[in-house]
Design a protein around this ligand. Structure first.
Ligand SMILES: [Zn+2]
Length: 277
């Protein structure tokens, strides 16, 4: 699945060494600039041609000898010859998972920077702070950090069956585990119980942590669990869930997103007949 490469070291300032190679992520909204044929990121020549200098970039980190950084482009920027703008989702099968993870991290920082040029409290200009990934208001000292939205994901099990659901807003016919955003004042466990009941009308217990994943669409932290069915009949929330069904041994497994997301890992690890012991 998409996750930060083990050899990635986060940085808040550029590395001291000038010999370092540079990996430039250039975002325009939720699309980034990528070479049309070899899918490489723009080199320093392209960066210079777009009028970008060091101060336009946010350092992200280092990957062995490569310095990884991101900048936001004006919405009117045209792709230079040989390059195109692409959404991350469109590259799920074309780019390697470590690069997708870095692109997701880059997007979250770029989007935070793009949307925090002015203070949300007093509208004065914001300044980047040193030693921290934050903006500080020049007038009232209000601080703004990259936005991260925790969300729960849960695969409900009932005996040897698992509950898969299709969201009304999701990709056509693709099933997943249940998921939902944490509300203010709520624990992740409370969120699991509330969302399961709201979305499909079931009660669960025995929550077991599975893992987590930064999901940059646009700024979620997915925290995944399994849970055991306790009571209730499936009743889908009409405004959220198009269909939910138990999938047991011998049942056809509907299409689900594999390879990139923790939902795929969670489902694969718990497919009927493959329940972890
Ligand atoms: Zn302010």
């Amino acid at each position: 699945m998409i996750q930060t490469p083990d050899n990635f070291i986060p940085l808040l300032t550029p590395p001291a060494s000038k010999q370092t190679k540079v990996l430039n992520f250039l975002f325009k909204g939720d699309e980034f600039l990528i070479h049309e044929t070899d899918l490489s990121m723009p080199d320093q020549t392209v960066v210079a041609s777009l009028g970008l200098a060091g101060e336009h970039f946010h350092p992200l980190g280092s990957l062995d000898q490569t310095y990884v950084r991101v900048a936001s482009l004006d919405s009117r920027t045209q792709a230079p010859a040989g390059y195109r703008f692409s959404k991350m989702r469109a590259l799920f099968t074309a780019l390697d998972l470590p690069t997708l993870a870095l692109a997701g991290r880059a997007f979250q920082v770029a989007e935070w920077a793009r949307t925090h040029q002015y203070c949300g409290a007093c509208a004065a200009p914001m300044n980047r702070t040193l030693g921290d990934r934050s903006y500080r208001c020049s007038q009232c000292s209000f601080m703004a950090y990259p936005r991260i939205s925790p969300a729960m994901m849960v695969l409900v099990r009932k005996g040897a069956s698992i509950l898969l659901a299709r969201n009304i807003a999701g990709m056509a016919q693709r099933f997943s585990a249940l998921a939902g955003f944490v509300e203010a004042g709520e624990s992740i466990e409370e969120c699991v119980h509330r969302e399961v009941f709201e979305e499909v009308g079931l009660r669960v217990n025995r929550l077991q942590y599975f893992g987590s994943q930064a999901w940059a669409f646009p700024h979620s932290l997915m925290i995944a669990f399994t849970a055991e069915y306790v009571s209730g009949e499936i009743h889908c929330a009409a405004d959220e869930i198009a269909e939910a069904r138990w999938v047991g041994p011998g049942d056809p497994v509907p299409e689900f997103l594999r390879g990139v997301s923790i939902s795929g890992e969670l489902i694969s690890a718990n497919l009927p007949g493959n329940v972890a012991t």
